[in-house]
Write a protein that binds this ligand. Sequence first.
Ligand SMILES: Cc1ncc(COP(=O)(O)O)c(C=O)c1O
Length: 385
Amino acid sequence: MPTYKARLDSKLPHAGTSIFAVMSKLALENGAINLSQGYPDFPTSPRLIELVHKAMITGHNQYAPMPGIFSLREAIAEKLDRLYGTQYDPDTEITVTAGATQAIFTAIAATVRKDDEVILFAPAYDSYAPSIEANGGIPVEIEMELPSFTIDWQKVKQSINERTRMILINTPHNPTGSVLSDQDMQQLRDLTANSSIIILSDEVYEHMIYDGQKHNSVARYPDLADRSFLVASFGKTFHNTGWKMGYCAAPHELMKEFRKIHQFNVFSVNHPMQKAISIYLKDPENYEYLPGFFEAKRNVFLEALEGSRFSFIPSKGTYFQLLGYQEISDEGDMELASRMTREHKVASIPVSAFYQNKTDNKFLRFCFAKSEETLLRGAEILRTL
Ligand SMILES: Cc1ncc(COP(=O)(O)O)c(C=O)c1O
């Protein structure tokens, strides 16, 4: 076996195996119902698969253009305009990426320099802090306020200084299921007005928003759109996370820098899938049903939990539900999640994994993008705890 014998200082000394891989492996080993990892257990659209197949057969098998095929960028621009009222130029302001994770990394690599500070809100999706650190930046983590996981904007104000390059937001929010309100967006506008702060807005769950609320995209606010990278994921929207398809929209001054990194990292993204999605995305019916579809799943899960000792605030968005176990156990969340997987055969994600310093507020995250049968079996076990 080859062995590297010289000294190697890791750029990410604290990064280990992701909690999602750890819990899914444990679920598999123990034959547990896996409500841990964030992906659906039902199939993507057969029509979309057909369109990919057709694209392959008709010869879309060589490199796509660096920013993505034009018809897809055009379809994305139309959707952003229709839903949020901002016109992005498909030529210069939209780039197709290999999932949202790549878009997030690329936006950070393009704009965050050594010792620049990036404000993010914990619990936070696991790729944010490592993406900042790998690019020499400093993550400034602000913990969200219990019990509803809201942002204390006074704390944000106090954290902003001349080294603040970026604020990273995520709405609807993984793992908590909270969403940013009109008032939150107003606070963000006030705090960043007349500054050079860039906003990175992770909106991968834009279509999973419940109880009649509207999604507060940065693209709804012209002054925020002017300073934002908006990131989205087709994997989440079309139930095919394994395809790793997404995009980024931003004003052309920001997108120009984004593409410089994209060009030398990914160059271009899977061509037949771009072709297929460019057609599928044109029909709003292919995503407008999503709030109702996932809200019904959330309700099935929560109704089946009635009478359990877990506490919860119904998820407002995403396909995640947090359950508090303060009444059930004094164990740490990691310990309890592992024990529940081994002994009770239901897997979840301990929320402390989403904090840099592993803050444990005694919450577990459950994914409800699952068949009704799986949700009912999972809830039945949880009711016995
Ligand atoms: C908040 C958030 N951002 C980004 C991603 C990554 O999306 P993609 O699979 O398109 O890279 C995820 C996936 O779970 C997520 O939950």
